[in-house]
Design a protein. Structure first.
Length: 141
């Protein structure tokens, strides 16, 4: 059974760009081994991520993220059983929120600053869908 999980978190301390590159590179290596695909949006201190795959594998990864000391305020935004993946082609696509058009963010939230803690999981997923449709995903496999 396939599931899609979306969560938000904040960096416990500021991440330098090299550390973020390392995290994404590690995800791109490890996720395919477990049948996990997804997309990560980050502003450097804010993370919004979608994970897709088998229920057990996705749940295990999410539990590791919740326990990871680099994250704080980990919040589950959406969890659903799915018939097919939206992000099947990506072990871990990446979007830099700092590069997004503020009008796109304003479409899904009260201000041009995306606050995943203040929007519904449905709105956050709609933003992800639009990012993919507009080729805003900067790094694919």
């Amino acid at each position: 059974m396939l599931v899609r999980l979306m969560y938000a978190s904040r960096a416990a301390k500021p991440l330098d760009p090299e550390e973020l590159v390392h995290i994404v590179r590690q995800s791109r290596h490890q996720n395919p081994l477990h049948g996990i695909t997804g997309v990560l949006c980050t502003s450097g201190e804010l993370f919004i991520q979608v994970l897709e795959g088998g229920r057990t594998a996705v749940n295990r990864l999410y539990n590791r993220i919740v326990c990871d000391a680099r994250h704080t305020d980990v919040t589950l935004l959406s969890y659903e059983e799915i018939g097919e993946r939206r992000f099947a082609g990506w072990a871990m696509g990446q979007v830099n929120l700092a590069r997004l058009n503020p009008a796109l963010l304003l479409k899904y939230s009260e201000t041009a600053m995306l606050d995943p803690y203040a929007v519904s999981g449905k709105a956050a997923m709609a933003l992800f869908d639009e990012l993919v449709a507009t080729a805003a995903v900067v790094c694919q496999n």
